[in-house]
Design a protein around this ligand. Structure first.
Ligand code: 0RA
Length: 651
C-alpha cells in the first residue's frame, strides 16, 4: 500500500515539472524552433521526421510516410521499432509519455552512434507536442497498438491499447497551434524538397509525401539506391557533363578503428564536373545542411586542390612555368555532395549552420586525398579532362582579372562615364531613386518620356542580354549590355562589388508580357543572381507588371486595365452584354503611349511591382540553372512560381 502511494506522488510532482517545461516552450517558441513563421511551422515536421530517420540510420526503419491532411494536420508514419511503451525506470511513466512530454528526452535511451535529431534542431518530439493544439501518437510494438493523445502538451488521453499488430512503428499526427504560428498552412514544395534531400542522404530509405488537401491527392515517392551519387546526378540534370564522368566519382571512409569516441566519424562525397563555370557543393553533417560549410568542407576542398595539382605536376600536365591551380580553378563547374556523420556535431556561425569539430577537417582531408588520388591514377582519361577544365578556369581567371581592372581604370579616368543610353534621374540619393531596365529602344523611348525624371532613370537594352550562365566571367564582362548595366548600377562586380555604391535602391526590370520579354527577364535575373546576389538579398531587384489588357465600354476612350488572365475571366463573367465592350490586348510596352505606361506601370501610387527575393538559395540556384537549360517549360515555371512568391504591392 505504502509503496503504491509513493509512486502516485512521484507521478504527480513529475507531471508538474513536465508542464512547466512545455509551458516554457509555448512562452518562447522561438528559442526552440527559431521562428514562428512558416519556417518554424515546417520545423515541426522535420523534428518528427528526424527521429524516424534516426531509426533508419540505426538500421531499424526503411520507410517514412508524410501526409498533409485537409485540415492542415500532418501525419508522420515510420516502420521503426516504435517508441518504447514500458514504464520508464526513472520517471515511472510510459517511456512514450516521457518522450512526448519531457524536453530533450528524445533519444537518450539508446546508443545509436550518429543522430540527426541530436543535431542542430534536435529539440525533441515534446516541442512539437507543446506547439500543437492536438497530437495523437500511435505505437505498434510487442504485437499491440498503443495510443496516447495530447493538447498543447497536456495529456488528454493516457496511453491505452487500441488494437493488435504484427508489425512495429510509430505514427504521429499533429495539428499545429494557430495561437503560436503565423501560418498553419504547409507548403508542398518546402516539404517536397526537404524530404527528397533526406532520401538522397539515406540510401534506400523510402520516403513518401502525400497532400490530401487537393481534390486529387498529390503523392511523391523518394527512394535512391545510389544515395548521394544520385543526388549529384540530380543536381547536374540538364547539364553537359565532362567527358567520361557520366558516373560521379564516389569516395567514402571512416575514422581509424582505434580512434577515441570523440574523434569518430564517417565521410562520403560524390562529385562530378559539368561544362558550366559555377561550383555547386552542398555539405551536410548528420543529414543537416551546413549552409555555412565548416571543417568538413575545408578538409574536402584543400584535399581536392592539392591532389589535382600534385597529379598535374607528376604527370607533366602542369608545366614548370605554370603556376598552381587555385581552389576556385579546380572547382569550376564542380557539383559535389559531401556528407559526414559524427557523434557530437558542433554547429557554429551566424545561422548555426557551420560545422565546428576541427578533427573533421583532418578526417575529411585524409579520406578525400586518398580516394581522389586513387581515382585519378586509375582513370587517366578522366584525370586529363579534369585538369583541362581547371587549366581553362585558370586562364579565364587571369583574363577576368584584366577585364575587371580595365573597367575600374575606365571608371577612374572618366568618372562620369555612365553608359550613353542611360537617361539618368536628377536626384542623387540612391534610397529614393529607381532604375528601369527596359527591353528595346522603342519601349525605352516611351519610358523616358513617361518617367518622373527626378527619381526614375531608364536604361534601354538593345537585343538580348548575354546568358551569363553559359560564359566565363571575362567574356561576360566584355559584353556591352553587361558593362552598361554594371556601370549604370555602380556597384561593380566580383571582388570589387560594393552594395554601398549602388546608385539606385530599386532596379526594376520592365519587359514585354510575351515570351521574349520573359526570356530577357530570366537572363537579367540570372545576371543579378550570379554577379550581384547581395542586391537581390537586399530587396533591390523588382519586376514591373504592365497590364495585359484594357477593357473598354464601346465608344469610350478610357477603360479598365487588367493585369492577369484570371482578372479578365472574372470581369468577363459579369458582362451583361459582351457586344458593348472591347478588349484590347497589350503585347508590348511599345503599344502603350507614355501616359498609359506611366499610369499603369511606372507611377508609384498605381503600379504593382514584384520584389525578387532569395529566401531559399538552394531552390533559386537550381531554378536559375534549370531555366538556362533547354526546357522552356521550366523557365516558365520559374517566372510563374517565383514571381508569385514575391508579389508586392508598392503603394
Ligand atoms: C526512444 C527510444 C527508441 C526509439 C525511439 C525513441 C523512437 C522515436 C521516434 C519518433 C518517431 N519515430 C520514432 N521511432 C523510435 C529506441 C527503441 C528501442 O530501443 O527499442
Amino acid at each position: 500500500m505504502a509503496s503504491k502511494k509513493k509512486e502516485a506522488e512521484d507521478y504527480g510532482s513529475g507531471s508538474i515539472k513536465i508542464l512547466e517545461g512545455l509551458e516554457a516552450v509555448r512562452k518562447r517558441p522561438g528559442m526552440y524552433i527559431g521562428t514562428t513563421s512558416a519556417a518554424g511551422l515546417h520545423h515541426l515536421v522535420w523534428e518528427i521526421v528526424d527521429n524516424s530517420v534516426d531509426e533508419a540510420m540505426a538500421g531499424f526503419c526503411n520507410r517514412i510516410k508524410v501526409t498533409v491532411h485537409p485540415d492542415n494536420s500532418v501525419t508522420v508514419e515510420d516502420n521503426g521499432r516504435g517508441i518504447p511503451v514500458d514504464k520508464h525506470p526513472v520517471k515511472k511513466i510510459p517511456t512514450l509519455e516521457v518522450v512526448l512530454t519531457i524536453l530533450h528526452a528524445g533519444g537518450k535511451f539508446d546508443n545509436n552512434a550518429y543522430k540527426v535529431s541530436g543535431g542542430l534542431h534536435g529539440v525533441g518530439v515534446s516541442v512539437v507536442n507543446a506547439l500543437s493544439k492536438r497530437l495523437i501518437a500511435q505505437v505498434k510494438r510487442d504485437g499491440k497498438i498503443y495510443e496516447m493523445q495530447f493538447s498543447r502538451g497536456k495529456t488528454t488521453e493516457k496511453m491505452h491499447e487500441v488494437g493488435k499488430s504484427k508489425t512495429t512503428g510509430t505514427t504521429i499526427t499533429f495539428w499545429p497551434d494557430e495561437e503560436i504560428f503565423e501560418t498553419t498552412v504547409f507548403n508542398y514544395d518546402t516539404l517536397h524538397d526537404h524530404l527528397q534531400e533526406t532520401a538522397f542522404l539515406n540510401k534506400n530509405l523510402k520516403i513518401t509525401l502525400t497532400d490530401e488537401r487537393e481534390l486529387t491527392p498529390r503523392t511523391d515517392e523518394f527512394c535512391y539506391s545510389g544515395g548521394i551519387i544520385d543526388f549529384v546526378k540530380y543536381l547536374n540534370e540538364g547539364k553537359e557533363i565532362l567527358p567520361g564522368l557520366s558516373k560521379p566519382i564516389y569516395i567514402e571512409g571512416t575514422s581509424a578503428a582505434d580512434a577515441p569516441d570523440e574523434q569518430r566519424g564517417e565521410v562520403e562525397v560524390a562529385l562530378q564536373w559539368n561544362s558550366s563555370y559555377t561550383e555547386r557543393t552542398m555539405s551536410f553533417a548528420n543529414d543537416i545542411y551546413t549552409e555555412e560549410g565548416g571543417m568538413h568542407l575545408e578538409g574536402f576542398r584543400s584535399a581536392l586542390t592539392k591532389v589535382i595539382n600534385d597529379y598535374g605536376r607528376s604527370h607533366n600536365i602542369l608545366k614548370e612555368k605554370d603556376s598552381n591551380l587555385t581552389g576556385d580553378d579546380v572547382r569550376e563547374g564542380l557539383t559535389a555532395v559531401l556528407s559526414v556523420k559524427l557523434p557530437d556535431p558542433q554547429f557554429e556561425g551566424q545561422t548555426k549552420a557551420k560545422l565546428g569539430n576541427s578533427y573533421m577537417r583532418t578526417l575529411a582531408n585524409r579520406i578525400v586525398s586518398a580516394g581522389m588520388s586513387e581515382y585519378l591514377e586509375e582513370h587517366p582519361n578522366q584525370a586529363k579532362e579534369i585538369l583541362k577544365k581547371a587549366s581553362q578556369a585558370a586562364k579565364g581567371r587571369l583574363a577576368a582579372q584584366k577585364a575587371r581592372q580595365a573597367t575600374r581604370r575606365k571608371g577612374l579616368l572618366e568618372s562620369a562615364a555612365l553608359p550613353g543610353k542611360l537617361a539618368d534621374c536628377s536626384v542623387r540619393d540612391a534610397e529614393m531613386t529607381e532604375l528601369f531596365i527596359v527591353e528595346g529602344d522603342s519601349a525605352g523611348g516611351s519610358a523616358k518620356m513617361a518617367r518622373d525624371r527626378s527619381i526614375q532613370a531608364v536604361l534601354p537594352l538593345r537585343g538580348k542580354i548575354l546568358n551569363v550562365e553559359r560564359v566565363q566571367e571575362h567574356r561576360a564582362l566584355s559584353a556591352d549590355t553587361i558593362t552598361s548595366l554594371i556601370t549604370a548600377i555602380g556597384t561593380g562586380v566580383g571582388p570589387e562589388f560594393n552594395i554601398e555604391k549602388a546608385r539606385y535602391h530599386k532596379i526594376v526590370i520592365m519587359t514585354d508580357a510575351d515570351v521574349d520579354g520573359a526570356h530577357i527577364r530570366i537572363l537579367l535575373l540570372t545576371f543579378f543572381y550570379r554577379y550581384m546576389r547581395p542586391m537581390i538579398e537586399a530587396g533591390y531587384i523588382f519586376v514591373a507588371q504592365p497590364p495585359l489588357y484594357q477593357l473598354k465600354p464601346k465608344g469610350r476612350k478610357n477603360g479598365k486595365y487588367i493585369y492577369t488572365d484570371e482578372e479578365l475571366a472574372l470581369e468577363a463573367s459579369k458582362f451583361e452584354d459582351s457586344s458593348k465592350y472591347t478588349v484590347q490586348r497589350y503585347k508590348g510596352l511599345g503599344e502603350m503611349d507614355p501616359e498609359q505606361l506611366w499610369s499603369t506601370t511606372m507611377e508609384p501610387k498605381n503600379r504593382i511591382l514584384l520584389q525578387v527575393t532569395i529566401d531559399d538559395a538552394q531552390a533559386a540556384e537550381r531554378a536559375v540553372s534549370d531555366l538556362m537549360g533547354t526546357q522552356v517549360e521550366r523557365r516558365k515555371d520559374f517566372i510563374q512560381t517565383h514571381a508569385k512568391d514575391v508579389r508586392f504591392l508598392d503603394i
